[in-house]
Every structure is written in C-alpha cells, then in structure tokens.
Write a protein that binds this ligand. Structure first.
Ligand SMILES: [Zn+2]
Length: 141
C-alpha cells in the first residue's frame, strides 16, 4: 500500500491509498480516482514542495515500514467502522442533513452518506464541518 498526495482541478489537496503505483495509474487512467471534496476526476499527484521542478513531477514522497503508518491505517479503519456502525446513514441526503445540523435545524448527531460534487462545494461555502470517510481495504497491511 502506498499513499499519494493528490490535487484536483479545484486545488483540493488530499491523500489517497493505492495497492501500488500501477494501481494508481490504472485507476487514474480509468477516471475513478476522484477528489473526496468535489468528486472531480481531474486529479494529479501533488508536488511535495514548491521547489520540486517540473522535471520531477512524476516523483512523489513515499515511506513505508514505520510503525506509525500501520497505526494510522488501523485508526482510519476503526474510525470508518465506528462511523458506519454508530452514525445515522442518510444516503444521498447527506448535504441536506449536514446543513440542517450545522444551522441547528436538526438534532446534532453523527451522520454519514453521499453527496455530489456541487453539494460538497456548497457545504464548504456554508462552512459546514465534514470529512471524507476513508476506505482502507481490509487486506492491506
Ligand atoms: Zn476537489
């Protein structure tokens, strides 16, 4: 498993996990690597530092083997498990419900669900607090 820092055409930066470099290339070529904030498929690997020259734009910073990495992976897995077992699933009404909770028109509670790119952009504009729900494949270690 490797993590890439990616950036979409709306300048959202996010990290995504892939089985390996080929898996990223394959998924990217099929247009299924999407920005968790706006769902854009126009996603590229982010440059790690402004000083990185264009010549090196295919290179990314990577690390493996540090105990912290499996700890974080385990935390993300646990978070997803807790959220999906304890929060209310609201399906594609996520944006509507998250906004209601934000503006105190609905009971404050944990929810999860799906939203379109436009809905996510509106939530960001409204200052609604939310996070992507990471999916870490079980077989990865
Ligand atoms: Zn985006």
């Amino acid at each position: 498993m490797i993590s890439y820092s990616l950036v979409c055409d709306n300048s959202h930066k996010f990290d995504a996990w892939f089985r390996n470099a080929e898996a990223y290339e394959e998924q990217h070529d099929r247009g299924i690597v999407t920005c968790p904030m706006c769902n854009s498929v126009k996603v590229e690997k982010a440059l790690m530092a402004p000083a990185v020259s264009r010549m090196n734009s295919d290179k990314v910073s990577l690390s493996t083997g540090h105990p912290m990495q499996s700890a974080i992976r385990e935390m993300l897995r646990t978070m997803r498990k807790k959220v999906t077992s304890e929060a209310d699933y609201v399906g594609d009404k996520f944006a509507e419900e998250a906004r209601k909770i934000h503006f105190k028109e609905a009971e404050a509670r944990g929810i999860y669900g799906e939203a379109t790119r436009d809905e996510v952009a509106e939530l960001i504009d409204d200052g609604v607090d939310f996070l992507p729900l990471p999916h870490i494949p079980e077989e990865a270690n």
